[in-house]
Design a protein around this ligand. Structure first.
Ligand SMILES: [Zn+2]
Ligand SMILES: [Zn+2]
Length: 251
C-alpha cells in the first residue's frame, strides 16, 4: 500500500490523471448528449399529440405511445397529415407539421451526438484497459467513494463524479484526501481496511451522551413523539420508532 512512482502498467500517475480528466469530460459530454436525446424524444411525443398518464397501472406517469409509434405519427404530421392529431393538439394544428419536423430533426442530431460521445468514452476507456487499469475513484452525493461506476450499490440515476486527480493513487491517498468514506462493499475496495470505509466507527463527539443511538428500555412508542429515559444520563430523550435514543448531548 505504499506510494510508488508509476502505476502497475505503462502509464505514470501523471499520465493516468491527465487521461482520466479527459475521460471525465467525455463522460459529462455523453451525459449531456443523452439529456438532449431525452428532451428531443419528449418533443416528438408532444408533436405526435401524445399525452402522459398513468398507463397500464404504472406508478409513474409515462407517454401513451412508444417512441417508435410517436416517431411514426410525428413523421405523418410533419408531412402535413394533421388529422392524425384529431382533437388532441387542435390548439396548434397550424404549426404542427413544423414542430414535428423540428423535433424529428433534433432527435436525429442528438442521437448522432450520443453515438459520437459514446465512441469517444469507449476509446478513452480502452486506453485504461491497455495501460494497466490504474486505480480510479468516483464520488457520489453524500461523499462516499467507489472504485468504479459499476458498483452495484449505485443506482442508474445516481450522479457520479470522477476524481481524476486521484487516478493511479492508492486507497490510502484517497482516504488522506477525502477521509474514511470508501465504499464498504468487499468488491469495491477489496484491500482497504475497514477503518477507511464508511463502516469505520464514527469518532464519538465528546459532547454526545454515550446513550445516544442505544436502546431505551422504557421507551413509550405510542406517544406522538416517542420518548423514554436514557439509561446513561437519566434524562428523557426522544427515541426512534425502534426505541433507540436519538443523538443527544451529555447533560
Ligand atoms: Zn462501491
Ligand atoms: Zn443520555
Amino acid at each position: 500500500m505504499t506510494t510508488t512512482a508509476t502505476t502497475a502498467g505503462t502509464y505514470t500517475k501523471a499520465q493516468a490523471k491527465a487521461h482520466d480528466a479527459k475521460l471525465a469530460e467525455a463522460t459529462n459530454a455523453l451525459r449531456a448528449a443523452m439529456d438532449r436525446e431525452d428532451n428531443a424524444a419528449n418533443d416528438i411525443h408532444r408533436a405526435a399529440g401524445d399525452k402522459t398518464g398513468y398507463y397500464r397501472g404504472r406508478r409513474r406517469a409515462t407517454w401513451g405511445l412508444t417512441l417508435d409509434e410517436a416517431i411514426a405519427t410525428a413523421r405523418r404530421v410533419a408531412d402535413g397529415q394533421v388529422d392524425e392529431l384529431d382533437n388532441r393538439a387542435a390548439w396548434n394544428l397550424r404549426n404542427a407539421p413544423q414542430r414535428a419536423s423540428a423535433a424529428l430533426q433534433a432527435y436525429e442530431t442528438a442521437r448522432s451526438q450520443v453515438s459520437a460521445a459514446r465512441a469517444a468514452v469507449e476509446a478513452l476507456d480502452q486506453v485504461w484497459r491497455d495501460n494497466g487499469r490504474w486505480s480510479r475513484f468516483f464520488i457520489v452525493p453524500g461523499g462516499h467513494i467507489h472504485s468504479s461506476t459499476a458498483c452495484h450499490t449505485l443506482h442508474v440515476t445516481t450522479q457520479i463524479g470522477w476524481l481524476p486527480e486521484l487516478s493511479g493513487e492508492s486507497e490510502a491517498e484517497a482516504v488522506a484526501a477525502y477521509g474514511t468514506v470508501l465504499c464498504s462493499q468487499p468488491h469495491c475496495f477489496p484491500t482497504a481496511p475497514v477503518e477507511w470505509t464508511t463502516k469505520a466507527a464514527k469518532p464519538l463527539d465528546p459532547d454526545q451522551c454515550p446513550g445516544s443511538t442505544h436502546y431505551v428500555p422504557d421507551a413509550n412508542l405510542r406517544l406522538c413523539s416517542p420518548r423514554g429515559t436514557c439509561p446513561e444520563c437519566g434524562h428523557t430523550v426522544s427515541v426512534t420508532s425502534r426505541g433507540n435514543a436519538r443523538k443527544h448531548k451529555r447533560p
